[in-house]
Design a protein around this ligand. Structure first.
Ligand SMILES: Nc1ncnc2c1ncn2[C@@H]1O[C@H](COP(=O)(O)OP(=O)(O)OP(=O)(O)O)[C@@H](O)[C@H]1O
Ligand SMILES: [Mg+2]
Length: 226
């Protein structure tokens, strides 16, 4: 399954979500996972290097790709159960290529006007890619939402604005929490650093809502890890 974590706004949390999703699938679901970093800055590839030097962390495979990557993604999709692509607007060709081959797309969005404005173009792009890739299921994911009760109206307003587009909104939202910054420093995920914390609960709920994992898809692999 190819899963895009992408979008056009910088800093919305694409890399964080892609990394945590990789760990959720590889560690919790015992699946084979490849992370694809399309960002020239190499945020996710750097995180993987840190992680793979940590003997206590399960190593994750990662490649850096750019441009027209559709055929490469389809090739990797036959080798791994999950291919997770972290892609922003610096590489629009890679973003389009991934949308035209992905099964799922998670589009992180902060409840902010500048993030929401990107939905106009993003929605057009998703709908045009769906013409060639009918299996694509895209979801808007609200991230870095304020935790203060007096700020909830902002989140509700943002959801109302996003609902005017044709992309469904994930019901689970992620809140702004320091553990994201703290955990990435050591190549770990939020799920590993604070597995019982609120951020980990939100991430697990989100991934369970969006990624319908098939436990039967790799019985020999599950036996290997059992
Ligand atoms: N839910 C959250 N709460 C608090 N901080 C967060 C959260 N999600 C992400 N961050 C922080 O926001 C910053 C940007 O996150 P990230 O690198 O994942 O965004 P991005 O969309 O991949 O950015 P870019 O467009 O530069 O690739 C990081 O410092 C990260 O730790
Ligand atoms: Mg990034």
């Amino acid at each position: 399954m190819i899963i895009l974590v992408g979008g056009e706004k910088g800093g919305s949390g694409k890399s964080c979500i892609a990394q945590n999703l990789a760990i959720f699938l590889a560690v919790d679901k015992i699946a084979t996972v490849l992370l694809v970093d399309c960002d020239a800055q190499g945020t996710t590839a750097d995180w993987i290097k840190l992680r793979n030097n940590n003997l206590n962390a399960l190593p994750i495979d990662c490649v850096q790709l750019n441009g027209k990557i559709r055929n490469q993604l389809l090739g990797y999709n036959s080798q791994y159960q999950y291919v997770i692509v972290d892609c922003g607007s610096q590489d629009m060709l890679a973003l389009r290529s991934t949308l035209s081959s992905a099964d799922l797309a998670m589009l992180p969005m902060r409840p902010k006007r500048r993030d929401l404005k990107t939905l106009v173009h993003l929605d057009e792009m998703v709908q045009s890619c769906k013409m060639v890739n009918q299996q694509l299921e895209a979801h808007i994911v609200f991230t870095q939402c304020p935790t203060q009760p007096n700020q909830q109206a902002r989140v509700n307003d943002a959801k109302a604005s996003a609902s005017l587009f044709d992309i469904p909104i994930a019901s689970e939202i992620l809140h702004e929490r320091h553990i994201y910054d703290d955990s990435e420093e050591s190549g770990l995920s939020v799920l590993e650093s604070e597995p019982k914390g609120k951020a980990a609960d939100e991430l697990r709920n989100l991934f369970t809502e969006i990624v319908k994992h098939d436990e039967r898809s790799s019985p020999e692999l599950s036996m290997h890890y059992a």
